[in-house]
Design a protein around this ligand. Structure first.
Ligand code: ADP
Length: 161
């Protein structure tokens, strides 16, 4: 049984994240989307909002579950009995940080392996930060996030469309 975790902030979930979830769910038996509860980061959506939105968007995927976690990822993985971390690589800028984190996690727990999926070319430019930046100025975010989330994101900036 290969159980993996796809960890991230998902603030908010983008079409790039959904593409990653769909693709990695085909590789492993069970995929947990792990939403990091990082109180140090000023987030747009609360942890509960993020978990419930991702649940809504992954409802039709039978081997995908969503949970929040805090603290060290490797500790949480022990708790849920997962051994694989899935991360996405968009550009070389992602690489250095991701390599360092992956190696550190492997040292912390040698049973843990990280696998990287290269971004879908369609979404290689896309990040949650870019979505927030565009939305805050009332920009069109319909090509970046699932349709059901567009209004909820604008509402955070008191923008009605
Ligand atoms: P973090 O705050 O941990 O970087 P994010 O929510 O920004 O979390 O991203 C979670 C994971 O999804 C990371 O591995 C990131 O590289 C990947 N990711 C983000 N956007 C995309 C995208 N457009 N295509 C592929 N992977 C992506």
């Amino acid at each position: 049984m290969k159980k993996a975790i796809y960890p991230g902030s998902f603030d908010p979930l983008t079409l790039g994240h959904i593409d990653m979830i769909q693709r990695s769910a085909q590789i492993v038996d069970e995929l947990v989307v792990g939403v990091l509860n990082n109180s140090a980061k000023n987030s747009l959506f609360s942890i509960e909002e993020r978990v419930s939105m991702i649940k809504e968007m992954t409802d039709s995927m039978p081997n995908v579950t969503v949970a929040s976690f805090d603290g060290l990822l490797v500790d949480y993985m022990k708790e849920i009995d997962a051994t694989i971390i899935v991360r996405g690589l968009r550009a070389v800028t992602d690489f250095e940080y991701e390599l360092q984190i992956a190696q550190t996690n492997h040292v912390e727990n040698p049973d843990v392996e990280t696998i990287f999926l290269t971004t879908n070319l369609k979404y290689s430019y896309l990040s949650s930060t870019i979505v927030k930046e565009f939305a805050s100025y009332g920009g069109d975010i319909s090509k970046f996030v699932p349709e059901q989330m567009i209004d909820r994101i604008y509402q955070k900036y008191n923008i009605s469309k």
